[in-house]
Design a protein around this ligand. Structure first.
Ligand code: ACO
Length: 332
């Protein structure tokens, strides 16, 4: 059976840096609170005409270059985002248009913070089945336009940032391989972290009929404490699931990259798994929570800083809205 591997990674973040002190100007918050509760120092927000698909396009160009392939070699596109350019069509086809890739299939994934690993899993299966050889997997998000930037939304708005990451998942002819992926969801908690409008439950005419003058339903709502408690539990479970499946222990992990939701969550998992500082990579301090983009952005930076080398055991794990959670164990 063919094996798959990550052949190249890329990322893109907007130039505009929003420091915690900038948020102090527009809502009742403080740099101290944000750093203490989340670890975040700054994040990026888009300006001008930048779109989710465009940021994904820029990240993809770097991933294609690093994978040393041509865009003509790509035979499938997977685009993970909770903040697509349009309600429909999905952002995958827009990325295909931007990159002028031939008429390959393009699939959008709506799994929030777990979206990139869900995409990786789909790509892995297609390559293992022999259907495709080079798949572009993208995670890209623009949160900034959809946040409640008043004090009412402060517990959510300070967390999120904009950005994109991309990976080329290819057929492997060497020792590198995606060993396994593990996916989960628990829809009974769907509304604990959600944006509910506009959608078919609250279609435009219903919104107008009901009235929502202060636009509350359009902003992300999060039961932060509840999400936090579930996140630490599920992260731990799904990481152990991948280790047990492959007969490894947490001591074997050379690099753990968790979805960058909150530095406290990553540190809690690090402690639980007894992972050394050298074997975990966090960059939420610089970018905030970029949802589907956070893992490929962190992966890119960890590679750039030579924190991952050939043959390393790399574990990726995510948890987010849905709830959904997932892991991938990779022999790099
Ligand atoms: N600045 C100042 N004070 C604030 C802010 C803020 N930005 N936000 C909330 N507070 C206040 C609250 O009003 C509250 O005040 P009170 O005690 O007077 O009532 C106090 O701070 C504590 O609020 P909590 O919500 O209990 O703070 P907590 O320590 O839980 O931190 C946070 C909140 C950071 C959101 C945390 O719950 C968290 O990280 N949750 C998980 C996030 C996550 O993992 N999401 C999943 C991925 S995202 C996705 O899937 C889309």
């Amino acid at each position: 059976m063919p094996k798959s591997k990550i052949k190249g990674v890329g990322f893109y973040v907007p130039d505009k840096v929003i420091k915690n002190s900038d948020l102090e100007e527009i809502m009742d918050t403080s740099d101290e609170w944000i750093q203490e509760r989340t670890g975040i120092k700054e994040r990026r927000w888009v300006e001008g005409d930048l779109t989710t698909s465009l940021m994904g396009t820029y990240a993809s160009k770097i991933a294609i270059k690093n994978a040393k392939i041509s865009k003509n070699d790509i035979d499938f596109i997977i685009f993970a985002t909770l903040s697509p350019d349009y309600f429909f069509p999905g952002s995958g086809v827009l990325l295909q248009k931007n990159l002028q890739i031939k008429e390959v299939g393009a699939l959008d994934i709506r799994n929030q913070c777990s979206g990139f690993i869900y995409g990786l899993s789909v790509a892995d299966q297609y390559i293992k089945s022999g259907m495709y050889e080079n798949i572009l997997v993208v995670g890209s998000e623009i949160h900034s336009g959809g946040l409640d930037k008043s004090s009412r939304g402060r517990s959510v708005s300070v967390i999120f940032g904009d950005g994109a990451g991309a990976a080329i998942v290819s057929k492997s002819n060497d020792e590198s391989e995606i060993l396994s992926t593990h996916l989960h969801s628990e829809g009974k908690f769907a509304e604990e972290l959600a944006v509910i409008k506009p959608a078919t439950t609250f279609w435009i005419d219903k919104i107008i009929d009901d009235g929502d003058e202060d636009g509350e339903g359009f902003f992300p709502k999060m039961n932060g404490n509840f999400v936090f408690k579930n996140a630490v539990k599920r992260f731990e479970e799904v990481i152990f699931e991948s280790l047990n499946h492959n007969n490894y222990t947490s001591k074997d992990i050379d690099m753990l990259i968790t979805h960058q939701a909150n530095l406290r969550i990553s540190q809690y998992i690090q402690k639980k798994l007894n992972i050394d500082d050298n074997n975990i990579f966090n960059n939420i301090m610089s970018y905030g929570n970029t949802t589907a983009a956070s893992i490929p952005i962190a992966l890119y930076e960890a590679l750039k800083k030579n924190k991952i080398k050939r043959g390393d055991l790399v574990c990726l794990a995510a948890f987010g809205s849905g709830f959904t959670w997932a892991s991938a164990l990779i022999r790099w």
